[in-house]
Design a protein around this ligand. Structure first.
Ligand code: IPD
Ligand code: CA
Ligand code: CA
Length: 283
């Protein structure tokens, strides 16, 4: 293999750790851009409903991420929340980016929002970074190499009985669907220790990885919401799943300590969380 060919092969099939390092650089720079652009004021538009907001900064940060990915890895595909799917067949790598996860918090000035960047090889997420640019927390993972908050290795949630467990969740932007999600949560409130709705799915998954919450569930989500966070929580040692034996995915992501995960997932099914996300999918 000539030197040029071998460089091209390296570019096309990098290691998980190389992609993780790039994901961290991209997410940290994008987070700094979001914070800096926010000081200039925001233009706010709506998308699927009056509560589904997008700002000019969401769009600018995604454009920045796409341009940077193209600069470092011109053959890769990119899926972003605001700009959609840009497929390039030349590389097995696809990036999944959420330029701002927690846009409502970002708009309000509530310092709980994130940039989420994940990289897949042949359809499997192998690296990811979620950064909260206000707190300075940088969560990262490479498949098989563990998960970290800054340089602290993460070990997942506590093992506590469900009646003591603090569970995070989130709600969608469709009002009638949100009511159905809230119906499940209302029943769950009496069966677990307590509940949190923090406003960023990516950071919820990192909170699970860190042990700041004991469990998390939400569905449906976008692929960009969950890709990096699911890897980070899994690499930290949490059990992540869909419901009814399905893998975690856009329909449903649920996670907890491995010792009580099955009990938690069964409780969610008993309370109809799977039905709610399925009914949304059909509507
Ligand atoms: C939203 C946040 C929120 C979750 C929603 C997501 P966005 O993403 O992650 O916590 O409950 O389902 O859509 O719109 O802020 O990027
Ligand atoms: Ca999001
Ligand atoms: Ca977003």
């Amino acid at each position: 293999m000539s030197e040029d060919t071998s460089i091209a092969a390296d570019l096309a099939r990098p290691s998980a750790s190389e992609l993780e390092a790039l994901a961290v650089d991209l997410a940290v720079s994008a987070g700094a851009l979001a914070v800096q652009r926010r000081t200039r004021g925001l233009q706010v538009d709506t998308k699927s409903s009056v509560t589904d907001v997008v700002t000019d900064v969401d769009r600018a940060v995604e454009e920045f991420l796409r341009a940077e990915i193209l600069r470092f890895r011109p053959a890769d595909s990119v899926l972003g929340e605001e700009g959609g799917d840009q497929r390039r067949a030349a590389s097995p790598v696809r990036w999944l980016v959420d330029p701002i996860d927690g846009t409502v918090n970002f708009m309000l000035g509530l310092p709980q929002y994130a940039v989420s960047v994940a990289a897949e090889i042949d359809g499997q997420v192998v690296a990811g970074c979620v950064t909260n640019p206000v707190s300075g927390d940088v969560f990262r993972a490479a498949r098989g190499h563990g998960a970290y908050r800054n340089d602290i290795r993460l070990h997942g949630p506590r093992m506590v009985p469900l009646e003591q467990a603090v569970i995070a969740t989130g709600f969608g932007y469709d009002a009638s669907h949100r009511s159905r999600q809230a119906g499940v949560v209302a029943k769950l409130a009496g069966r677990v220790g307590n509940l949190r709705r923090l406003g960023s799915a990516a950071l919820d998954l990192c909170a699970l990885a860190t042990g700041w919450v004991d469990g998390y569930f939400e569905g449906p989500l976008g692929e960009w919401d969950l890709a990096a966070g699911v890897l980070i929580a899994s690499e930290a040692g949490a059990s992540l799943s869909g419901l009814n034996g399905l893998p975690p995915g856009p329909d449903m992501v649920a996670g907890a300590h491995p010792a009580n995960a099955e009990e938690f997932f069964a409780l969610l099914v008993e309370l109809g969380a799977d039905e709610v996300s399925r009914r949304f999918g059909e509507s």
